[in-house]
Write a new protein. Structure first.
Length: 294
């Protein structure tokens, strides 16, 4: 069976020490987990300090912290059925683990949580936290980040007739300026961010003190403790056509700077993976260039 750990600073889908273990090794893993220390500031939920076990059929058993010094056991089946059971101590979990490994677990002894009708798999399956461009991501980014400009297109079409009948060039000049601001600029930023990011990968999670960034064929490991500052460049004016664009600059203590446009990873998703005191927002829009920004 595969077992893995999750701590209170981990995000959904983040686990460590994942490997095959025997039943005896899993029990030892449970006993050695720092339960009491992890109770500080923990929140009860599917993603919380826990030990997760997966059998060879894809069923999951997770022992996690609960209120008042208790534990909660999550049992998830391959059919996406979720059940819970409150345990007073680890010994109670050990008997359920025995039933789980021998495939004799009785779901009737658990509370049925399937009324929520949600896919709970993301809380049990390990996420690789690999961020890279894809056709789906590019399409979503394109329409949501440049969509402001295309709102004015119907308006422009309605004015074409008036332009054709105009006796001066004033309407044409006006419409050209409107098109440039609301369509041209967002499209220019989109293409700039896309071209810069298309061959880059980023692997980063909140709980891991190391992350990887670089070209697909040459990724480099970085330590979060070596970060001096994380600057987020973007417009604070939500009404501008470029409000959806931002660029994150990770500044290392050795002077190296990592440039991450938000087409690769959403800025709010990325900054949550760093300590809050490292974050600095800059009300300035910049293009992605292979040089140092001041």
């Amino acid at each position: 069976m595969i077992s893995k750990l999750q701590y209170n600073n981990y995000e959904t889908g983040e686990f460590s020490e994942e490997k095959e273990r025997s039943q005896e090794e899993i029990i030892s893993l449970v006993h050695n987990f720092p339960w009491e220390k992890q109770r500080d500031y923990f929140v009860v939920g599917l993603t919380s300090p826990s030990v997760t076990i997966e059998d060879n059929e894809g069923n999951y058993l997770k022992l996690a912290l609960y209120y008042h010094g208790k534990f909660i056991i999550y049992y998830r089946t391959t059919a996406n059925k979720l059940y819970t059971h409150t345990a007073t101590n680890i010994e109670e979990f050990k008997s359920i683990l025995l039933d789980f490994t021998s495939k004799k677990i009785d779901s009737n002894s658990f509370k049925n949580e399937n009324y929520l009708s949600i896919d709970s798999s993301k809380h049990f399956v390990t996420n690789d936290f690999l961020y890279r461009l894809s056709s789906k991501r590019n399409l979503i980014y394109f329409f949501f980040r440049t969509g402001t400009g295309f709102i004015v297109i119907p308006f422009l079409l309605l004015l074409i007739k008036a332009v054709n009948n105009a006796k001066t060039f004033a309407p044409i000049i006006f419409l050209s300026i409107v098109f440039l601001i609301f369509v041209g600029l967002p499209l220019f930023f989109f293409l700039n961010y896309y071209i810069y990011s298309k061959n880059w990968n980023l692997i980063i999670s909140r709980g891991n003190e190391y992350f990887y960034f670089g070209l697909k064929s040459d990724m480099k490991q970085y330590a979060k403790k070596d970060i001096e500052k994380v600057k987020v460049y973007g417009s604070s004016n939500g009404r501008t056509p470029l409000a959806g664009f931002s660029l994150i600059k990770i500044i290392l203590k050795n002077g190296e700077e990592l440039i991450v446009p938000n087409i690769l990873i959403d800025e709010n998703t990325l900054i949550k993976k760093f300590k809050p005191e490292l974050i600095m927002r800059v009300n300035q829009l910049i293009l992605a260039k292979k040089r140092t920004y001041n």
